[in-house]
Design a binder for this molecule. Structure first.
Ligand code: F6R
Length: 607
């Protein structure tokens, strides 16, 4: 959701910023722009549309400039027009600002600045920052920005240039992520690590309520009160190849096919297959005695959390509840030092989940972050962390991080139950044995792709698709529906199959596709009965099942997608895979932009 890049060094800045913006496209945006600074002052170019639309116009920028900032904007205040695209400037074009997030009190600030004579040229909340810095600037850009952001409310990340101090960029963050990268004689800033891969050798995430002044020689961090902040940078471990498509048509397809590795890596450090046990040493001294558990998360991460709720309640004798993070704060959760809250987030930066973490901590709960991004805000603000090891996910629609989340949550459940003594060593052994086989099963399951392409072709004209399942498969049905609607724009709903008669059955008409997740031993006959009901109304039954040869399935299903038989944590993971492929190929038949679906952003940093 919006992307920031910045560079100061000795190289020509325009191509560096342009490449950085392309690498942040996955975050979601609808306009883009760049501002650079040279002896002539600030020059900028910006426009509505894609980063590639900007390429021609970039020739108008001074090619020798070596300092600049760039932005991809996901419109919040004001339509995605050229005028509203960032960078925004002050009255005299001497200060340029790019900004992610929302300045919630921009209206009173704008009115005050206009009363003081400032002239605005856009509808954005961002422009107030340019004018505010202009009004506060007295030779020291860092200090002017510090005073400006102290007056701003909301969640934001900004990068600011001033022609009065042409050797530096000032950045600040509250809520929205910013990562600073360094190489010999050059300093970078970006909203996320992919924009720095192959360029920076070390990185450091800026903390909340912190500012940094970047020059070619390095950077200095202070907090919003002006105190110096020191923390070590870390070397960049990800490979630039991980952010290339590697021969696949889309990142999403590549990431779907990376799941054996993503899940394998996630499990590797957490299970010891030789002695069939689980280990999460980071939690050993971090978790108190607890009497209930909340899982907080959004979107796909919520579906993984809901799957964990089903899995954990079989082995942990305490109330467990998965709650959508944005609702958590509105409700009255029972929070005490005996509450365990697990915050599940791929990015570790989702603002709703971060706010739920803060609410939980205010109530005295112990918070465990389950994230894919070390050092992210949710990781930093939690008491302990469990990491997914899915690698960078570029496709906006989550795929490999979903299955990595269920894997990590599954192991966390085993750990908690073993620690509490509610799961025997032999039960843990059995589950670990199954998990050790899971990467191979994932590879086997993804081999169904050819037949799924045919099914997707039949499905891609549909107006509505229902996804029905029971038990732990219900969250997977929700995820199947979310994937389909996100990338194909077909209306889709996930329901517990038992709920069908209580409403959704009204949608079933001649040929309406209904996807059933049917697994041996999981309310099998009841789900079959629901299939009968759909068939009786001439719906089109697609059965994703581990019993593909069962006579009842052969009789009722119009299409069958086989899944390897499994139990425990592995089962929901395996059933998720064909749903991802079905959504992907349906979107392909419909010709949508799979990696950057309309209106969506990869990391949602506004509430
Ligand atoms: C769906 C999707 C979103 C995210 C949600 C939470 O494909 O990607 O629903 O799952 O925005 O994001 P994280 O996990 O980063 O907190």
């Amino acid at each position: 959701m919006c992307g920031i890049v910045g560079y100061v060094g000795a190289k020509q800045v325009v191509p560096i910023l342009f490449d950085g913006l392309k690498l942040l496209e996955y975050r979601g945006y609808d306009s883009a722009g760049i501002a650079v600074l040279d002896g002539e002052g600030i020059s900028r170019c910006r426009r509505a549309g894609k980063v590639r639309d900007l390429e021609q116009d970039l020739r108008s920028l001074p090619p020798a400039a070596t300092i600049g900032i760039g932005h991809t904007r996901w419109a919040t205040h004001g339509k995605p027009t050229n005028e509203n695209a960032h960078p925004q400037v002050d009255c005299h074009g001497k200060i340029a600002v790019v900004h992610n997030g929302i300045i919630e009190n921009y209206m009173p600030l704008r009115e005050q600045l206009m009363a003081d004579g400032h002239v605005f040229s856009s509808e954005t909340d961002t422009e107030v920052l340019a004018h505010l810095v202009e009004s506060l600037l007295d030779g020291d850009l860092l200090e002017a920005v510090r005073k400006a952001v102290a007056r701003a409310e909301g969640a934001f990340a900004v990068a600011i240039l001033s022609s009065d101090t042409p050797d530096r960029i000032v950045v600040a963050r509250r809520g929205s992520p910013l990562v600073i990268g360094q190489a010999e004689g050059e300093t970078y800033v970006a909203s996320d690590i992919p924009a720095l891969l192959g360029r920076a050798s070390s990185v450091q995430f800026l903390g909340d309520d912190e500012l940094a002044e970047l020059t070619a020689d390095g950077f200095r961090v202070i907090d919003f009160h002006g105190n110096e902040v020191r923390r070590p940078s870390r070397s960049v471990s990800a490979d630039p190849v991980s952010i290339q498509k590697g021969g696949y048509k889309h990142f999403m397809l590549k990431e779907i096919h990376e799941q054996a590795r993503a899940v394998g890596e996630t499990l590797r450090e957490k299970i010891d297959a030789s002695v069939q046990t689980v280990r999460l040493p980071s939690l050993d001294n971090a978790i108190p005695e607890f009497d209930h558990i909340y899982l907080v998360s959004c979107g796909t991460a919520f579906h993984a959390s809901l799957a964990a709720e089903y899995l954990w309640e079989q082995i942990l004798p305490v109330p467990i509840q998965a709650i959508i993070a944005s609702e958590f704060r509105l409700r009255s959760p029972a929070l005490s030092p005996r509450t365990l809250v697990v915050a599940v987030s791929q990015s570790g930066e989702t603002i709703d989940t971060l706010m739920a973490v803060r609410r939980a901590k205010d109530g005295g709960a112990c918070v465990i972050a389950l994230v894919n991004n070390e050092q992210s805000a949710i990781d930093r603000e939690s008491d302990a962390a469990v990491y997914m090891r899915a690698g960078i996910e570029i496709g906006v629609a989550a795929s490999k991080t979903f299955t990595a989340q269920i894997s990590a949550l599954g192991v966390l459940g085993l750990y908690l139950a073993a620690r509490r003594g509610t799961l025997s060593a032999s039960d843990v052994e059995q589950e670990v044995g199954r998990l050790a086989l899971l990467p191979g099963r994932i590879t086997e399951c993804l081999q169904q792709e050819e037949s799924i392409i045919q099914i997707a072709e039949r499905m891609h004209h549909a107006h509505d698709v229902l996804f029905l399942a029971r038990g732990v498969m219900f969250p997977i049905a929700l995820e199947g529906a979310l994937k389909l609607k996100e990338i194909s724009y077909i209306h889709a709903e996930g329901y517990p199959a038992g709920e069908m008669k209580h409403g959704p059955i009204a949608l079933i008409d001649e040929g309406t596709p209904v996807v059933f997740l049917l697994s041996d031993g999981l309310a099998y006959d009841k789900v079959l009965a629901n299939m009968e009901e759909v068939k009786a109304r001439n719906g089109h039954v697609i059965a994703i099942t581990d019993t593909p040869d069962a006579p009842a399935v052969l009789k009722l299903a119009d299409d069958i997608i086989p899944v390897p038989a499994s139990e425990g944590i592995s089962r929901p993971i395996l059933f998720a895979l064909p749903l991802q492929l079905l959504a992907y190929h349906t979107a392909i038949w419909r010709g949508t932009d799979v990696d950057q679906p309309r209106n969506l952003a990869k990391t949602v940093t506004v509430e």
